[in-house]
Design a protein around this ligand. Structure first.
Ligand SMILES: Nc1ncnc2c1ncn2[C@@H]1O[C@H](COP(=O)(O)OP(=O)(O)O)[C@@H](O)[C@H]1O
Ligand SMILES: CC(=O)N[C@@H](CCC(=O)OP(=O)(O)O)C(=O)O
Length: 295
């Protein structure tokens, strides 16, 4: 182990840092919303690595916002409590008992695990849900889905206040309704897109468990316009769990987000690869009116 460390190519490390300078300059002051899906989370080591990337972003002047999911963790808890669960069009049908479990798991276990990981890496993080300071106010998405929310009002000032204080916000996708005491379960991608739209973020990164949006030949498409996405959806090439992601991407772009990237969160340092290297990662979706290069 020691020998391996000594053999490490420190010159290459220094060169990597040197080459990252223009990207760091480009993103100084930028707002980057990162959706961290439950399937992308992995073990404690992968979590620590993700947290380190987020802390590094903040260190070089980016304002990151983490919006997380936690579908697999909700599934585990529902199973332990013998509560049945099913999905319709990628969203969990959510009754009263389910929404209580969703709130406990997302705002408790999952949110605090991410906050703790960021703190452990030397950053400052504060966890909040859509209920805190009325960050996300929802109405019912569809009567068939029960307490699943569609965001109708975003109050993102609290996020800007946290940016100013040098604090990384970590948001659980649980929201308040317009009536007192209402609680809504919001799809993580939907919540991240709504927050990115309200902040007019420079980047929305959707971390998932595939390497990007694939074409009919199964190859990852590295750059797409909203028109390409619409075409691939109507051709049935974009399907299943990818639909909420690309729909979120199109809506976020309409609301003023500069670009959305769908990428594999299980790849080590996925966020750094995308933001700070020539290589980029995953599928970048942006309006055709903007220049075709990653700027
Ligand atoms: N064109 C496509 N390109 C990539 N993945 C696709 C495509 N069409 C459907 N999918 C499916 O979408 C899934 C990603 O969505 P999902 O599993 O809901 O992600 P997450 O749990 O990260 O939110 C992929 O694992 C893949 O099975
Ligand atoms: C309405 C709805 O489906 N909400 C999701 C919220 C969590 C989530 O989005 O988690 P992932 O990102 O890990 O899939 C759910 O209940 O699973």
């Amino acid at each position: 182990m020691k020998q391996q460390k000594m053999n490490r190519d420190w010159i290459a490390t220094a060169r990597t840092l040197n080459e990252a300078l223009p990207y760091m300059q480009r993103y100084t002051g930028a707002v980057v919303v990162v959706k961290f899906g439950g399937n992308a989370m992995g073990d404690d080591e992968a979590m620590a690595e993700f947290a380190r990337d987020i802390v590094l972003m903040r260190q070089v002047g980016v304002n990151p916002v983490v919006v997380h999911g936690g579908g697999p963790m909700i599934n585990d808890m529902l199973k332990r409590l013998n509560i049945e669960s099913r999905f319709v069009r990628g969203k969990r049908v959510t009754d009263k008992a389910t929404v209580e479990v969703v709130e406990m798991v997302l705002t408790g276990l999952v949110n605090k695990r991410i906050v703790q990981a960021i703190m452990d890496e030397g950053g400052r993080a504060v966890g909040l849900s859509g209920k805190d300071d009325d960050l996300i106010v929802c109405e019912a998405d569809d009567p068939e889905l029960g307490f699943v929310g569609r965001p109708t009002e975003l109050n993102v000032q609290v996020l800007r206040d946290l940016f100013s204080a040098g604090i990384i916000p970590v948001v659980a996708p649980v929201a308040t309704g317009t009536e007192a005491t209402e609680t809504y379960n919001v799809n993580g991608d939907t919540a991240a897109g709504a927050i990115a739209g309200a902040l007019k973020a420079d980047r929305l990164l959707l971390l998932t468990d595939v390497s990007g949006v694939k074409n009919a030949e199964g190859e990852v498409v590295t750059a797409m316009t909203p028109e390409d996405v619409r075409q691939m959806t109507s051709d049935g090439v974009i399907a299943g769990g990818m639909i909420p992601k690309t729909e979120t991407a199109l809506k976020a772009i309409e609301e003023g987000v500069r670009a959305v990237v769908i990428l594999d969160g299980r790849v080590p340092n996925a966020c750094l690869l995308e933001l700070f290297t020539e290589h980029g990662a995953g599928s970048l979706i942006r309006s055709a009116e903007l220049p075709p290069v990653r700027t």
